[in-house]
Design a protein around this ligand. Structure first.
Ligand code: C2E
Ligand code: CA
Ligand code: CA
Length: 794
């Protein structure tokens, strides 16, 4: 029986298009079909009562009344039972095939159909036309009501209709009237078929409709599951809004990120909400609004928002949703808080664009902005100026006070420079103690000069670094664009040339670029090329300036001073080419050559005469100087004590330990070490204590000043007595007058040097000088004998 029911069910399922549904969906639909039949049972009961009453009224008092009453009572009782059962039926506990409900529905339908068929045969339809028409109307009405009641479940309708029709036909056949048979038969059959077709069609569309609803429901459940899964597995959030823009979906993450509670968010206008928490006129927000208005997908839009009381960054992706018919349903999207990544990105960009120590822009960013300034110049003719700054004597601060202090000084200088210019000006640290400034839209020399003067004054003021006062100056080179150049590299190079001039002009000044600086720079470059050849072509020569005893003005030795015998320029002074040699490392070759040459020359002089050689700090650092000295001594064969090395305090400013070690090595050979230009540096005195010098050479500026300035004379006296205390020999250089010479011998200087005694002597002058001033052994003996004779005579 069950097999029959399920196969009939399957057959009808095929007819109504429910066979290809998944079993759970089909079972759910079947329950809905049965429920809709159950809901119509009161209407069926009512219809049945109306028909029953009219049938009973027509047969009142006849013999057919009693059996009819029994049949109709049974019928209405069944209808009543079905109605009660339908009302009581509860929600299914399983999702399987509802066997019980199907059996009941079909059972009721067959029994009812059969009872109605029987009723028609009990009814005395042959007696009168009234009964016949009542029966016809009754059957038609019953079929109509039943069809409407069971239209969603055609199986039941068939189960009901077939026995009813059989009964009806049987009663018509029982009339023995061919006319009735031919009229009512086709009518009954036709209407029945039509009703069944309608019932099937209706069931089919019911199934279609419900099936698609079920599928949507199922999809929704799956989507819901996936979304829940998504939310649990990531820190991203989900949001959605309906076709009118009102938020209808938010995940916990989103509520937490907004800092607004869920009730307030749901129903709020999504785009308006975003617009409220983003900065006004945010172009990205405008784009989101535009996309939503246009129903476009937007992806990974990063908005800066103020949410939960603080500023953060959200990454939002949104997609419009449409139903199967293309109707717009709103948006669904995801979001996440990317503040951490954003701030890391910003830190990286800041690092890439800024100097970490001072916080100023770095060279890369400066170059970029300079290029932009040039682009603006080209496009709009906007002039600008570039200031190139270099701190004066920063190295000595670094070396004497330590790098920590140096760094702190740079930070404070950077702050002052920033304060001295406008916010719109570009300030960068190009490296070391070099800074650069772009003044956009300003290339008026007077205005730029005002800024430069302010910078000089601001930077010059003393700095308080951990309680210690430090002073520093700055030199500034200025290039104006477009007057001094129209290419970034050209403008910067010209500002650099102007800076070079500012430094050469005594530092702590500013200089504008002038076109001849360019030719001077070219000249320097030319000199550099020529100097290379000079070393190879033996164009360098040494002149020797005598050093004389302060007691009797007799020469005690010579200082070797280099000159460049240029084939065209003539004799070039060391001040002109030594700095170039130092910049190009040629100083190493020149220095090595000088030491050897000076020792070789000394070897030809009387033994008591010394030779002093000037040593450049660059040369000292870049070569194994002790080895060079040893070689020169060995090759020339002079006694080490005859060689003097003159260094300036510049040498001691960097890597003091390493330098003093090297100096000690040379001194250990027996060579004398002298500090040249004493008094011109910042910390000459402190350096005296760091290395055991043999001799100091007081700078000629003190000697020159001593003629007029009593303070200079006091300083000279103090230095002389210091020499005595430290057991150092004191030499005064640059002695040009008799008074100076007398004063200096009076304060117990040991040695004097200067034009008053002799100028530097070339290869021709030197032998003559030696001959005339240096007493030979024979002359010494003669002089001694004369003295003895004079005494004897006296
Ligand atoms: P310095 O070592 O102080 O040399 C003394 C300079 O003063 C020499 O100038 C000399 O000619 C000059 N001078 C001497 N007496 C007087 C005087 O009475 N009045 C005046 N006004 N000047 C006087 P020079 O030869 O032009 O040398 C200049 C500087 O060049 C030297 O200063 C030294 O620092 C450097 N220099 C010279 N030769 C060499 C060298 O072979 N190697 C290195 N590294 N530097 C050298
Ligand atoms: Ca010297
Ligand atoms: Ca000197």
């Amino acid at each position: 029986m069950l097999g029959l029911i399920s196969s009939v069910n399957g057959m009808i399922d095929r007819l109504i298009g429910a066979d290809d549904l998944a079993a759970p969906v089909r079972n759910r639909l079947l329950r809905q079909q049965l429920r809709s039949v159950g809901q119509a049972t009161p209407a069926l009961l009512a219809g049945s009562l109306v028909v029953s009453v009219s049938f009973l009224a027509l047969t009142w008092g006849t013999a057919r009344f009693a059996p009819l009453l029994a049949c109709l009572l049974a019928l209405n009782l069944i209808y009543g039972t079905a109605t009660v059962m339908a009302r009581r039926s509860s929600a299914p506990t399983t999702l399987g095939f509802p066997v019980g409900a199907v059996v009941k529905a079909m059972g009721f339908a067959i029994v009812l159909g059969a009872l109605w068929g029987a009723t028609l045969n009990i009814l005395p339809v042959g007696d009168s036309a009234l009964v016949r028409s009542a029966a016809t109307i009754g059957v038609g009405g019953l079929m109509c009501i039943s069809m409407m009641a069971m239209v969603n479940y055609p199986q039941a309708f068939i189960a009901f209709t077939v026995p009813l029709l059989v009964g009806a036909f049987w009663s018509v056949v029982g009339l023995h009237s061919t006319a009735d048979l031919w009229v009512q038969g086709p009518l009954l059959a036709g209407f029945s078929i039509l009703m069944m077709v309608i019932a099937f069609r209706h069931a089919r569309s019911f199934i279609d409709h419900r099936a698609s609803e079920a599928q949507v429901q199922e999809k929704r459940q799956i989507i819901g599951l996936l979304l829940r899964e998504f939310e649990q597995s990531t820190s991203d959030w989900i949001w959605g809004f309906d076709e009118s823009g009102r938020i209808n979906r938010i995940s916990g993450g989103f509520t937490a990120a907004t800092g607004v509670n869920e009730e307030a968010l749901l129903g709020a206008d999504f785009v308006y909400f975003l617009a409220c928490i983003t900065p006004p006129d945010d172009p990205l927000m405008a784009q989101v609004e535009f996309d939503v208005a246009d129903r476009q997908t937007f992806q990974d839009v990063e908005l800066r928002v103020t949410a939960g009381g603080h500023e953060c960054w959200w990454n939002l992706t949104g997609k419009p949703a449409f139903d199967d018919n293309g109707a717009y349903l709103g948006y669904i999207g995801t979001g996440s808080d990317v503040s951490e990544r954003k701030s890391a990105e910003r830190r990286i960009t800041k690092l890439a664009h800024h100097d970490p120590m001072t916080g100023l822009l770095n060279r890369t960013k400066f170059t970029e902005l300079l290029n932009q300034a040039v682009a603006r110049l080209e496009r709009y003719g906007a002039p600008f100026s570039v200031l190139y700054l270099d701190l004066d004597q920063f190295k000595s601060v670094n070396d004497t006070r330590g790098h920590m202090t140096g760094d702190k000084l740079l930070i404070q200088v950077a702050k002052r420079v920033l304060r001295s210019v406008r916010d719109t000006d570009v300030v960068a640290r190009l490296g070391g103690d070099e800074f650069a400034i772009i003044l956009p839209n300003d290339a008026m020399a007077e205005n730029v000069a005002i800024v430069a003067t302010r910078l000089l004054e601001d930077v010059k003021k003393p700095y308080d670094i951990d309680g210690e006062f430090v002073s520093i100056g700055v030199s500034i080179g200025i290039a104006l664009a477009p007057m001094n150049g129209t290419r970034p590299d050209e403008i910067l190079r010209h500002a650099d040339l102007a800076l070079y001039r500012a430094k050469a002009d005594g530092r702590s000044v500013f200089r504008f670029f002038e076109s001849q600086m360019d030719s001077e720079a070219r000249e320097r470059r030319l000199l550099e090329v020529e100097l290379r050849d000079a070393v190879k072509n033996d164009e360098l020569v040494l002149h020797y300036q005598p050093l004389v005893s302060a007691v009797d003005a007799q020469p005690t030795g010579f200082e070797a001073l280099v000159r460049w015998n240029h084939p065209i320029r003539g004799l070039v002074q060391p001040a002109e080419f030594i700095p170039i040699a130092e910049q190009t490392n040629l100083i190493v070759d020149i220095g090595d050559w000088t030491i050897l040459q000076a020792c070789m020359a000394a070897a030809t002089w009387p033994d008591h005469l010394t030779v002093a050689v000037n040593l450049s700090a660059k040369h000292f650092r870049q070569s194994d100087i002790a080895l060079v000295v040893k070689k020169a001594l060995a090759v020339s064969g002079i006694a080490p004590a005859r060689l003097e090395i003159e260094i300036t305090e510049g040498l001691l400013m960097e890597n003091l330990d390493e330098v003093t070690d090297k100096l000690a090595e040379i001194r250990a050979l027996g060579v004398t070490i002298a500090m040249d230009d004493f008094g011109t540096g910042y910390s000459s005195l402190s350096y005296l204590l760091k290395f055991p010098f043999d001799k100091i050479k007081i700078d000629r500026s003190f000697v020159e000043a001593s003629s007029t300035d009593p303070v200079a004379r006091d300083i000279l006296k103090a230095i002389a007595s210091l020499g005595k205390t430290l057991k150092l020999k004191i030499t005064a250089e640059g002695v040009e007058t008799k008074e100076q010479a007398e004063f200096l011998s009076g304060i117990a200087c040991h040695q004097l040097q200067g034009f008053y005694f002799a100028r530097p002597l070339d290869a021709v002058e030197l032998p003559l000088y030696l001959l005339t001033t240096v007493p030979t052994r024979a002359r010494l003996v003669k002089a001694e004998a004369e003295a003895v004779l004079t005494r004897a005579a006296g």
